[in-house]
Design a protein around this ligand. Structure first.
Ligand code: RIB
Length: 278
């Protein structure tokens, strides 16, 4: 009989597989699943709420043994209601401030501070911030951390200096005119994808990085080391985050009465070539 009823599955919902942060995250999920003889079923919700809801329902119908949800648009309390009602253990990634369920996380507040400290110590004062249009809890922390350091230097990051667009390369690219209008000496992009989109927009308009504008990213995706100039960023251990998320979830599946599990992973400043001293 080829039907192996004993194979347990983990449903995974990510917002955008084209962002290699999430590909690495999924590689980690796959690795840990394999080690534990689970099979992951992966969906890219494509930043689309309807699609997300549809996949979520399908996963429930198919009786996934547990779920990992990295979603920007689903409300954490809704998820909790739906999944708890259906008795499905899950782990929320990126919007776990309510501390609903188990969590794997990095200290994004500190990450934002690391980015700001680096730009400020390089002498930048005219800073613009580029963020996505769906602000998850972790990204809000990142922004708050960044702002807190600016405030310490008596610099305020007024709302006009915070540009919003889609959290993709295209979003970054499309934000370039808004950014240029602010005449920043440095731009902090909330993720590397957006930073790389900004690269292209600036370069097409004849701006040199970092001579004319410095750029700092966040995530340290594989491309960060391959663009010109190499992107200075904050490293998130995406692979390990996927691994740990899966391990915690599997422990929860196997032992539903386990006490709350919480695992924090480290961030690291990666200095490359996209920020100059002014
Ligand atoms: O690039 C994707 C972003 O979404 C990352 O910074 C990660 O923290 C997630 O929130």
């Amino acid at each position: 009989n080829l039907i192996m009823r004993s194979t347990q599955t983990i449903g995974v919902l990510v917002p955008n597989l084209a962002n290699s942060f999430f590909s690495m995250f999924i590689k980690g999920i796959q690795q840990a699943s394999q080690n534990n003889k689970f099979i992951p079923i992966i969906f890219d919700a494509n930043h689309n709420q309807e699609l997300q809801n549809m996949y979520l329902e399908e996963l429930i119908k198919r009786a996934a043994n547990g779920l990992i949800i990295a979603s920007a648009t689903l409300d954490a309390n809704d998820i909790d209601r739906i999944l708890t009602r259906n008795g499905i253990p899950y782990l929320l990634f990126d919007q776990n401030d309510a501390q609903i369920g188990d969590r794997v996380w990095v200290d994004d507040y500190k990450g934002g501070q690391m980015a700001a400290n680096y730009l400020l110590s390089a002498g930048h004062r005219d800073i613009a911030l580029l963020v996505g249009d769906e602000i998850t809890q972790n990204i809000q922390q990142r922004i708050n951390g960044f702002r807190s350091v600016m405030a310490k230097y008596h610099l305020s990051l007024t709302d006009e200096r915070v540009i919003q667009n889609k959290m993709t390369k295209l979003g970054g690219y499309q934000a370039v005119d808004d950014l240029i209008a602010l005449k920043p000496s440095a731009i902090f992009a909330i993720n590397d994808e957006m930073a790389i989109g900004v690269y292209r927009g600036l370069q097409e308009r004849g701006y040199r990085i970092p001579e004319d504008v410095s750029i700092m990213g966040y995530d340290d995706i594989d491309l960060a080391d391959f663009v010109m100039p190499k992107l200075t960023t904050i490293h998130q251990p995406a692979f390990e985050m996927g691994q740990v998320a899966t391990e915690l979830l599997i422990e929860r599946i196997q032992n539903p009465r386990l006490a709350h599990q919480d695992k924090q992973l480290p961030l690291e400043l990666i200095v490359r070539d996209s920020v100059k001293n002014v």
